[in-house]
Design a protein around this ligand. Structure first.
Ligand code: DO4
Ligand code: MG
Length: 294
């Protein structure tokens, strides 16, 4: 299959961000927001000339006042699939080994952490994704649930990283711990993935010191707080994308979550009404609320 559009590398100033809204795409450039004339999100994510086009588009665009990404932005996804990498941080390896001990799954996680081939799994179709300010779900048939705060790579149809967003890989720990073969059920269900609020457009690697923070708020207090940074990510984003694109085509590009380095203690589980706040330096804060399983 042919690539949807033939993108090449982009060279943008560091702070350009793209938001998807009800009325089209919005560009943030140095703290100002512009309504872009190009409304097709799949085309925008796959353009081959972000550096020229986004900048020239701002000249033809109307500036918007009072744009609030937390209120006005939709999940930054069109027709892309969402994939995820697992056990890319030591903390995730250890937590998974412990939760699956009784099922005899412990050594798989240890092995995949140091194997050349990473763990990559399918996470979500666009309809399973929610944006910032929206609700994520905990499964009715699960009693142990956590959010996973993850750097999400935005990858074009040629396998080039064109930007970054914040990802929430909602996970049912009791289901995946019961048997590693239940992983798809622990990971893929309605409203199981948060993305947003916007896409930081950059083809440059993020600094190793880039912090990923998770705060879970309950009854107006912090119920859990944790953080990591990209220096703890065992594999490079390029390596993960290279494996994902082996004999695999993504005509509209894709999102790839890069794994979690923050896992709450075993006695913690999400509750209905919790507010999940995931912040990544330079990219933004993804806020999700936990909804009642129906
Ligand atoms: O292997 C199970 C899932 C791992 C994962 O989602 C992560 O490490 O972030
Ligand atoms: Mg994960």
């Amino acid at each position: 299959m042919k690539a949807y559009l033939p993108p090449t590398t982009c060279h943008l100033p560091p702070a350009m961000k793209l938001y998807k809204t009800e009325s089209g795409a919005v560009l943030e450039d140095r703290g100002e927001f512009y309504q872009l004339p190009e409304n097709d999100w799949d085309v925008l994510l796959n353009r081959d000339d972000h550096d020229q086009v986004l900048i020239s588009m701002t000249r033809r665009s109307s500036r918007i006042r009072n744009f609030n990404p937390q209120v006005d932005a939709l999940a930054p996804i069109g027709r892309q699939e969402v994939w995820a990498a697992g056990v890319t941080y030591f903390r995730s390896r250890t937590a998974r080994m412990e939760e699956s001990q009784d099922a005899g799954g412990g050594s798989f996680y240890d092995r995949v952490y140091s194997a050349p081939r990473p763990e990559l799994f399918f996470k979500a179709t666009p309809n399973r994704v929610v944006g910032s300010g929206q609700k994520v779900r905990i499964r009715r048939d699960s009693k142990w649930n956590v959010p996973e705060p993850e750097l999400a790579l935005v990858v074009n149809s040629l396998g080039q990283i064109i930007g970054y967003t914040v990802g929430n890989d909602m996970s049912s720990r009791d289901i995946e711990g019961e048997n590693p073969l239940y992983l798809p059920q622990a990971k893929v269900y309605s409203q199981s993935c948060g993305l947003g609020p916007g896409v930081l457009i950059s083809d440059q690697p993020l600094d190793a010191s880039t912090k990923i923070e998770l705060e879970i708020r309950r009854d107006e207090a912090t119920a859990f707080r944790g953080e990591t940074d990209l220096s703890n990510l065992k594999r490079s984003p390029q390596e993960l994308v290279e494996y994902l694109f082996r004999d695999n085509e993504f005509p509209y590009g894709c999102f790839l979550l890069t794994g979690t380095g923050v896992v709450p203690p075993d006695e913690f589980t999400l509750a209905v009404g919790d507010e999940i706040r995931i912040t990544i330096d330079r990219i933004g804060t993804l806020v999700n609320y936990v909804m009642q399983a129906e």
